[in-house]
Design a protein around this ligand. Structure first.
Ligand code: HEC
Length: 290
C-alpha cells in the first residue's frame, strides 16, 4: 500500500492546474517506461503496437495490470491517476511513439531479466533509505549514483559503486526500502538554497537518459541536473533559475564532507558560493571526492 501512496503523492505534488498527458506520464510512468527500449516495463513503441486504437483496453490494463511477461516485476495499478488522466496519457503515448522502432535488447542482457538493473544511466522512483517517500534514485554512470528527494526538492546523498538493489522493494510490494549498493560519499542535510519557502516539485524531464528536476522556490523556477565526473570522482550539478534574481544568490553546501567544491561561476568562501543574480541563469558546481 505504501507503494501506491508514493505514486499518489508524486502526482499530486505541486501541480496547481490539471497536468497534461506528457506531465502525467513523466510523474507516473516514466520511471518504468521509455520510448524505444524496455527498462522496467515495455517501451512506448511496444505499448503503441499493442494498444493503438484501443484506449479502453489500455485503461483496463493501467487500472488492473496483470502478469504477462516473464522475468519482469508486476506493474502497480495506476488507478489513482483517474480515467481522464489515463486517457490523456494514452493520447500522449500514441503520439510520441508513432513511427518509433523498438531497440532490440541484447541477448543475455542481465538488465532485461534481473530486477537489479544494470543499465546506465537510469532513473527509478523507489523508496530509498534516509529519504522521503518521493525519492528518485539516479545512476549517472556505472559508478556514480544519487538519491534526489522530490518531496523536499533536494539532493539527499550520492554514492560510488553499484546502483541499487530494488529487489526487496519490488518483492515486498513496496513494504521495504531499496538497498544502496556501494558506499555513500556525500550527504546533504538541507537544500543549498536559503529557502524560507516550501519548495514545490514541478516534475522532471529526461535528457540523455538523465533527469532534469524542476521545482518552484518562491517565485523562482529552478532546474537541477547532474552528470558524473569520470571514474567515480564525483559529480557535476547544474542549476538554472528563472526569472534570474537581481540580487546575489548564496548557496550553502555542507562543510563536513570529504569533497572539493568548484564552479564555473561565482565566488567560494569555504563551502559557500555567492553568485551574481545574472549568473544564476545557468551555472554548474563540481563536487570532487577527496
Ligand atoms: C513500477 C514500474 C511501472 C510503472 C510506474 C508503470 N508501469 Fe506499466 N508496466 C510495468 C511493467 C513491469 C510492465 C510489464 C508487465 C508484464 O508484462 O507482466 C508494464 C506494462 C505496461 C503496459 C503493457 C501492457 C501489455 O498489454 O503488455 C502498458 C500499456 C503500461 N505498462 C502502461 C503504463 C502507464 C500508462 C503507466 C503510468 C500511468 C505505467 N505503465 C506505469 C511497470 C510499470
Amino acid at each position: 500500500m505504501k507503494f501506491f501512496l508514493a505514486f499518489l503523492s508524486l502526482t499530486t505534488l505541486g501541480f496547481a492546474e490539471k497536468p497534461d498527458g506528457a506531465q502525467l506520464f513523466t510523474t507516473n510512468c516514466s520511471a518504468c517506461h521509455m520510448l524505444d527500449e524496455m527498462i522496467v516495463g515495455p517501451s512506448l513503441a511496444e505499448i503503441r503496437s499493442i494498444y493503438n486504437g484501443k484506449p479502453d483496453d489500455f485503461l483496463k490494463w493501467c487500472v488492473k495490470p496483470s502478469k504477462k511477461r516473464p522475468n519482469v516485476i508486476e506493474m502497480p495499478s495506476m488507478v489513482h491517476v483517474g480515467d481522464e488522466g489515463l486517457r490523456e496519457i494514452y493520447a500522449h503515448v500514441m503520439k510520441v511513439a508513432d513511427g518509433v522502432k523498438v531497440k532490440e535488447a541484447k541477448k543475455g542482457d542481465p538488465y532485461v531479466s534481473s530486477p537489479v538493473q544494470t543499465k546506465r544511466p537510469q532513473i527509478q522512483r523507489i523508496f530509498m533509505p534516509n529519504a522521503g517517500p518521493a525519492a528518485v534514485a539516479v545512476a549517472l554512470d556505472s559508478t556514480m549514483s544519487l538519491c534526489w528527494d522530490a518531496g523536499e526538492c533536494r539532493l539527499r546523498y550520492s554514492w560510488n559503486g553499484g546502483f541499487i538493489d530494488g529487489y526487496p522493494y519490488w518483492q515486498g510490494n513496496g513494504s521495504s526500502l531499496a538497498k544502496v549498493l556501494g558506499s555513500i560519499r556525500y550527504v546533504e542535510a538541507r537544500s543549498p538554497f536559503e529557502n524560507a519557502v516550501e519548495p514545490k516539485f514541478a516534475g522532471y524531464r529526461i535528457e540523455k537518459g538523465l533527469p532534469v528536476f524542476k521545482y518552484q522556490l518562491g517565485d523562482r523556477l529552478i532546474t537541477e541536473s547532474f552528470s558524473a565526473i569520470a571514474n567515480g570522482g564525483g559529480f557535476n550539478r547544474s542549476f538554472t533559475l528563472t526569472p534570474t534574481p537581481s540580487a546575489p544568490v548564496v548557496l550553502n553546501f555542507p562543510e563536513d564532507q570529504k569533497v572539493a567544491y568548484t564552479s564555473d561561476k561565482g565566488k567560494w568562501t569555504g563551502s559557500t558560493l555567492t553568485l551574481k543574480g545574472a549568473d544564476t541563469a545557468a551555472f554548474t558546481i563540481n563536487v570532487t571526492f577527496k
